[in-house]
Write a protein that binds this ligand. Structure first.
Ligand code: UDP
Length: 313
């Protein structure tokens, strides 16, 4: 197969690129490096099956040659990033998604959308099944991301229903692992880098809010299986293991052996209080469930960040 992956220099896009290449496929990676990092794909520079194109997919573009798949992973994804780039985030979810689906349509390729658990907003149903419609503010501090992804899902289904485009949608829950940007503002990268540098761990609010963290290799496996499956409807992929931010902070301190203290900061507006994927469908349809417990995945992530911090991030 030959596939195009947008956001290929990002955290998830680069791991997904590795996965397709490992199975002998060809990948055309597109990235505008707004939040992606060239270093994430530097190891592929000499790989004849990989081509990297500097492209903002919100602008008109095409890819020369045949394609079997277009996987749309381009978007700022951490709250500080999408709040810093609100218009870019709305554009890549709306215009960017249409551009990518039109590319897939022109090539007769399968389109795959990276959506998010943020479509559930600050959920009133727990855990969140795909059938839950969500509780989202259309004007709040996260609306540029949540509504962009909801619009992207609607666009994908419209192209599927009205134009017969072959589509897939994954709803990705919190994911962590090597290649996260050390200062991307997400909780795992923040806590690990702070612990390694001996800085206070910044716990927002009382730290009782929960998230469910999936190690990146598990997530990529779920995505790969969904891409190859027949399932059109959105599918949750994530790890149901649910932790408070205080529990996460304690585990990071234990695994790093850091003496950092906790420093409570104000809770950001519209921060979801709880989040946990219901993965009943992924288990049944994809025969997939996560294999890497948080303790193990954090250990691997800490090893990665040790080298990054040693390089002076
Ligand atoms: N968080 C925190 N300290 C940080 C960064 C984040 O306590 O330094 C909290 C944040 O308020 C949220 C949770 O950790 O409740 C997860 O935040 P993240 O940005 O990683 O992901 P998202 O909110 O998009 O799930």
């Amino acid at each position: 197969m030959r596939v195009a992956i947008t956001g290929a220099a990002g955290f998830l896009g680069s791991h997904l690129t590795d996965r397709f290449l490992a199975d002998g496929h060809q990948v055309v990676g597109l990235d505008n490096f707004l939040t992606g990092q060239a270093a994430n794909v530097a190891h592929l520079a000499a790989d004849a099956n990989f081509q990297l194109v500097d492209q903002d997919v919100s602008d008109p573009f095409t890819v020369a040659g045949p394609l079997d798949g277009v996987l749309h992973f381009a978007s700022p994804a951490s709250p500080p990033d999408y709040q810093r780039f609100p218009l870019e985030t709305l554009r890549v979810g709306s215009v960017g998604t249409s551009n990518c689906i039109e590319l897939a349509r022109a090539k007769g390729a399968r389109f795959f959308l990276a959506s998010t658990s943020e479509v559930y907003g600050d959920p009133t149903v727990h855990p969140q099944p795909e059938s839950y419609w969500g509780y989202v503010s259309s004007v709040g501090e996260r609306s540029m991301y949540d509504e962009a992804k909801r619009f992207a899902e609607a666009t994908t289904m419209a192209y599927h229903r009205s134009c017969g485009v072959d589509t897939r949608i994954v709803r990705i829950f919190n994911t962590y692992g090597p290649r996260m940007r050390p200062r991307d503002g997400r909780v795992v990268s923040n806590f690990v880098v702070q612990a390694l540098r001996g800085e206070p761990l910044t716990v927002y609010g009382h730290g009782q809010q929960t998230r469910s963290f999936c190690y990146v290799s598990d997530l990529v496996e779920g995505i790969y299986r969904l891409f190859h499956s027949d399932r059109i409807e959105p599918t949750n992929v994530g790890n149901p293991g649910e932790f408070t931010m205080l529990e996460l902070a304690a585990l990071v301190l234990e695994l790093t052996g850091s003496g950092s203290i906790l420093e409570h900061r104000p809770m950001p507006p519209d921060d979801p209080k709880q989040r946990q994927p219901d993965i009943t469908i992924a288990k049944a349809v994809l025969h997939w469930e996560p294999q890497v417990p948080l303790r193990d995945g954090l250990g691997r992530t800490i090893d990665y960040f040790r080298t990054v911090v040693a390089d002076g991030c």
